[in-house]
Write a protein that binds this ligand. Structure first.
Ligand code: ABU
Length: 462
């Protein structure tokens, strides 16, 4: 409780940074070493406090570093109950309630995506990268079911498409699935958007479109890409790990227009919807009557998935997955949905995007910052440079860029040492290191945004 209160106190530090060697050496009696003999309860409690003390308060309203942030108390209670139940998602036999909750959540999310009743299948799995991997796995099986038994040597050389700003997990999935990362054709982006024309001229089987890119928060033109996919009979996957949350908002859901035409969708409620990590779904529409997920992955291990059980074994969904043991990620989301309703999630999402707009407006007004894009953010990502006094008014060019590239890492290093706020940076394409501020914590207020800018200016000007 003390930690949770501190996480919400603006004056408390987000982190008490130490280098790995310092933590390994042990700090003020906090040792990572494992004892041969049991420690007393008091020491165990101190170990718990120290673990949180030297960690990062991702629930702090001034933590802007990652797409997942905040600490939802209902979600936390859900995690606690989940661990109390301590069961496994492979069979109805051991997870009757959780498996039915998963079905309810998947159906709800599918209907929000715009698929009709009975049109969808899916599974909750460990994170967006794995959800994206599932989409590629099932798409490949759809085109070449023999891959399951014969492997890649039975298949022609495959090509798949994704934009240069998409998540790296698409290339990783191609590598993991034996297609090779070179099979991924990277579609160049026109500023923030990939051009659908870039898809012509090759023989692909799969297209990944991104709804809410990781860095810029941009939305690929889903309808135009879906038209190309229809014309060439390609599997369209929409990676809405980050952007999916916008579907909960009447104000913003139009940005994902066309998602209903996808064959599969990744959607991470642990990002914009604030579910505690981790909570990610892969939704599959195509050929759902044939239960593609099950056909693609099932191996019917008889010690778990006996065919002569006395209940409806279609609820033994573990055989649809590439895992065996599977964590219960659904209960916290189900409980949060009960507590907030769809409208509550919508308000939360609106608040995050309002914060982004507020930051955008503040940046427009200031001469010591420069926006990466002059247009209003589509998602809650706002990208910008801080211009220290020595760089203001310099003509653009390689020398200015080289110096500007060093600014964000230097400020970030000081920021981590001081622990007052936290924001990420990266270069992207021709843009040298810039800050990316993302809002996913509804506890963040305008005063926190003001603080962030003043803090960057303070750290950057000395
Ligand atoms: N795609 C995983 C999340 C990345 C981020 O928090 O920046």
């Amino acid at each position: 409780m003390d930690y949770i209160f501190k996480s919400n106190e603006r004056s408390s530090k987000i982190l008490d940074f130490h280098h790995p060697h310092q933590l390994k050496e042990g700090l003020e009696g906090f040792s990572l070493d494992l004892p041969d003999h049991p420690e007393p309860l008091e020491q165990i409690l101190v170990d718990c406090r120290d673990t949180l003390k030297y960690g990062v308060k991702t629930g702090h309203p001034r933590f802007f570093n990652q797409l997942s942030s905040g600490l939802d108390l209902v979600g936390l209670a859900g995690q606690w109950l989940t661990s109390t139940a301590n069961t496994n998602m492979f069979t109805y036999e051991v997870s009757p309630v959780f498996l039915l909750m998963e079905e309810v959540l998947l159906k709800k999310m599918q209907s929000i995506v715009g698929w009709c009743e009975e049109e969808g299948d899916g599974i909750f799995c460990p994170g967006g990268a794995v959800s994206n991997l599932y989409s590629l796995l099932v798409a490949r099986y759809d085109f070449y079911p023999e891959v399951k038994t014969k492997g890649m040597c039975a298949l022609p050389r495959l090509a798949l498409f994704t934009s240069e700003h998409s998540h790296y997990s698409v290339r990783k999935a191609a590598a993991v699935l034996g297609m090779g990362s070179d099979s991924v054709q990277v579609v160049p982006c026109d500023e923030r958007y990939p051009s659908p024309e870039g898809l012509f001229g090759l023989v692909p089987f799969y297209v990944n479109a991104t709804a809410g890119t990781t860095v810029y928060g941009a939305f690929d033109p889903l309808t135009a890409i879906a038209d190309v996919c229809d014309r060439h009979k390609l599997w369209l996957h929409v990676d809405a790990a980050w952007g999916g949350g916008l579907l909960m908002s009447r104000r913003h859901q139009g940005k994902l227009q066309g998602i209903e035409r996808a064959s599969s969708v990744t959607w991470n409620p642990h990002k914009l919807m604030g579910a505690p990590l981790q909570c990610s779904a892969i939704l599959i529409k195509k050929r759902v009557t044939e239960c593609m997920l099950r056909q693609c992955n099932q191996l019917c291990a008889e010690y778990l998935f006996q065919s002569d059980k006395h209940y409806d074994i279609s609820y033994d969904t573990g055989d649809k997955t590439i895992q065996c043991g599977r964590h219960v990620d659904v209960f916290k989301l189900w409980l949060m949905w009960k507590a907030k309703g769809s409208e509550g999630f919508g308000s939360q999402v609106n608040k995050c995007l309002e914060n982004a707009e507020y930051l955008f407006k503040q940046l427009q007004r200031r001469a010591d910052f420069k926006l990466v894009f002059e247009s209003k953010p589509e998602h809650s990502n706002v990208c910008f440079w801080y211009l220290p006094p020595s760089l203001r008014g310099l003509p653009p060019g390689p020398d200015t860029n080289r110096r500007l590239h060093e600014v964000a890492p230097q400020i970030k290093a000081k920021m981590m040492e001081e622990g007052t706020t936290l924001i990420g940076y990266q270069p992207l394409g021709s843009n040298v290191n810039f800050f990316r501020c993302v809002f996913s914590n509804p506890a963040t207020q305008h005063e926190d945004v003001d603080f962030l800018l003043e803090e960057i200016a303070r750290l950057g000007s000395n």
